[in-house]
Write a protein that binds this ligand. Structure first.
Ligand code: ZN
Length: 331
């Protein structure tokens, strides 16, 4: 998932990232664009293990990552892993490799996640990145979400990118890294880019950026709402995703989207996911976002921050989605 801007990430998923270029690949430095080179580096270079949530993260600083301070990087990785553990109830894969590549700059750069030879992510980190950059970073949590679900065929990329786009801020809110206001402000702004345009067909096979990321995220929000309604609030999307994660073991497995939905549905005792998936995959589904956010009790405030209406029909669900981990009201 090579990064273009905040959500404009291209797709890796077992293939070389579409844009190929690596900022760290200049001069004679080794290039890790080839996923086999990423796996080889994770196997052969010195690394350190971080155990969290029942999983082991093997961290390798590629070629020593000269100029990159270890402490802030390790604390950033630990926080991201805690966000995933909060959402899934455990770190989502048993063994996960993380290749850290130092590059010039003060931000977290682009990243790609692979699963075919073990769950692994390659991520670029600016040598001048400080606490603010690490606190603001969304890329690592996004990549970790990819590791949690089975790999899917290319036609279903929107489900994977949509899932990571939807869950990343929620997982971070669950450990207090983002406020509910931030989560919903971004959802309102982002999902406006997710509806189909004139002439668009179903989501399967779409390559349009807005639909892949935010159309996909909108699908998962609608799944959340459908599950809430179908089960009178006794089950949640998280129950379905936890089951999918535990049955598959994460992105080392390759599934069909139909199987993924069926396994998720079994966890909630309904056919909500497969029904919604079939509709979205095959037809252009347009969602009235004004009505949707009104039902959730989210309306835009004067300063751009959302205002919450706790009497809205889905206000309880909205509160549950971003509840802090350990809060008993959490879904
Ligand atoms: Zn992604």
């Amino acid at each position: 998932m090579a990064r273009i801007d905040r959500r404009a990430v291209l797709l890796g998923l077992g293939a070389v990232a579409a844009n190929g270029a690596s900022l760290a690949g200049a001069g004679t430095a080794p290039i890790y664009d080839d996923p086999d080179a990423v796996y080889a580096a994770l196997r052969s270079q010195p690394g350190q293990d971080l155990k969290i949530g029942g999983g082991t993260i093997t961290i390798v600083f590629a070629d020593g990552a000269p100029g990159l301070a270890r402490g802030p990087v390790l604390s950033w990785i630990r926080t991201a892993a805690m966000a995933l553990t909060a959402y899934f109830g455990r770190f989502p894969v048993r063994d996960y490799g993380l290749l850290i590549i130092a590059e010039p700059g003060d931000r977290v750069g682009h990243a790609t996640t692979y699963g075919y030879a073990g769950s692994a992510t390659r991520i670029h980190v600016g040598m001048d990145a400080g606490r603010v950059a690490f606190d603001r970073d969304w890329v690592l949590v996004h990549e970790l979400v990819h590791s949690a679900l089975p790999d899917l065929p290319r036609r279903a990329l929107w489900l994977q990118e949509g899932n990571a786009t939807y869950l990343e801020p929620i997982a971070r809110a669950r450990i207090g890294q983002l406020s509910p206001e931030t989560v919903w402000r971004e959802a309102v702004a982002g999902m406006a880019q997710g509806n189909p345009q004139a002439g668009d067909a179903g989501m399967d096979g779409t390559r349009a950026w807005g639909r892949l990321y935010w159309g996909g995220a909108l699908f998962w929000l609608l799944a959340e709402i459908s599950i809430y309604r179908a089960t009178n609030g006794t089950r949640s999307l998280r129950d379905a995703l936890r089951r999918i994660n535990s049955v598959s073991g994460g992105n080392t497995a390759s599934w069909s989207p139909e199987h993924l939905m069926t396994v998720g549905d079994a966890a909630i005792g309904a056919t909500t996911l497969i029904d919604l998936y079939t509709r979205f995959a095959t037809t252009a589904v347009s969602t009235n976002l004004v009505d949707l956010f009104q039902e959730l009790g989210v309306s835009p405030g004067a300063d751009g921050e959302p205002v919450f209406d706790n009497r809205a029909p889905l206000a309880k669900l909205r509160e549950r989605i971003t509840a802090r981990d350990g809060d008993q009201s959490a879904a």
